[in-house]
Design a protein around this ligand. Structure first.
Ligand SMILES: *[C@@H]1O[C@H](CO)[C@@H](O)[C@H](O)[C@H]1NC(C)=O
Ligand SMILES: *[C@@H]1O[C@H](CO)[C@@H](O)[C@H](O)[C@H]1NC(C)=O
Ligand SMILES: *[C@@H]1O[C@H](CO)[C@@H](O)[C@H](O)[C@H]1NC(C)=O
Length: 221
């Protein structure tokens, strides 16, 4: 009964989310139920960035061809949202997780291929992953244990600021880790967004970049 109510409220919340309208009354509800995110440990912390070790994780991902980070993220999220809300073989309604990740996986003169991913709860790992309805054209991505460099930023993640945030992370890494044999996989950069679009202040976003060279800190080599 309690679970049913929770899902109804979540649906209501997500309707609000989509309409970008008044979400204020729902704040209380969500703060009672923590949103699940992948677990990590911080293995190195600097003022401008941190290095995190993430355990194995699973993500559901949508490929979108486009030219805009914002529009592609919205399109991909829309498909993932349907998947989470019943458009799967078992008609499961899954609680929303965070973050939503956007990465550019290839580019051409026509634009970019973006991959938009949502984190899959540990409850839905392995054999328990609900199969997405085929027309959503989603795929499951499994990540091994790995380390990433993270830069946090607030406000809205937009076409006109995400590249700058990525560049800033790369230069902070180069500045703070001279002489260390760090390999930054700048092709792996992703933008992680944690908050629904109706949240205006106190928003959290992050730039994520796969890094290697932190074996002394406990990262896999
Ligand atoms: C996107 O990926 C598809 C299929 O992998 C490929 O055919 C296409 O050229 C790619 N487009 C861009 C803009 O990179
Ligand atoms: C980062 O590393 C993980 C683990 O090796 C890998 O699965 C993932 O695809 C990489 N991310 C990107 C965006 O390349
Ligand atoms: C945004 O998400 C982060 C991470 O889940 C959370 O700590 C923060 O409180 C959220 N911000 C708002 C305004 O809800």
């Amino acid at each position: 009964m309690e679970t049913m109510t929770f899902y109804k409220l979540l649906n209501l919340l997500m309707t609000t989310f989509c309409l970008g309208g008044i979400g204020i009354t729902m704040n209380l509800v969500l703060s009672v139920h923590a949103i699940e995110s992948p677990q990590y440990t911080v293995v190195r912390s600097e003022s401008e960035f941190e290095i995190r070790l993430y355990k194995e994780s699973s993500w559901m991902s949508a490929l979108v061809q486009g030219t805009s980070f914002q529009k592609s993220t919205k399109d991909g999220f829309h498909r993932l949202y349907q998947y989470m809300h019943g458009a799967n073989l078992n008609s499961y309604h899954m609680a929303i997780t965070a973050p939503v990740l956007t990465s550019i996986i290839s580019s051409s003169s026509q634009g970019y291929n973006y991959s938009i991913k949502i984190y899959l709860s540990v409850k839905y790992r392995g054999n328990n992953t609900p199969q997405p309805n085929t027309e959503l054209n989603l795929q499951l991505d499994k990540w091994r244990t790995h380390c990433i460099a993270v830069r946090k930023f607030t406000g809205f993640a937009k076409d006109d600021n995400v590249n700058e945030e990525i560049e800033t992370l790369i230069s902070s890494l180069n500045k703070h880790l001279p002489g260390k044999s760090v390999i930054i996989d700048d092709k792996s950069s992703s933008i992680a967004q944690y908050n629904a679009s109706f949240r205006i202040s106190g928003r959290l976003n992050e730039v994520w970049m796969n890094v290697s060279g932190f074996t002394a800190e406990g990262c896999p080599s």
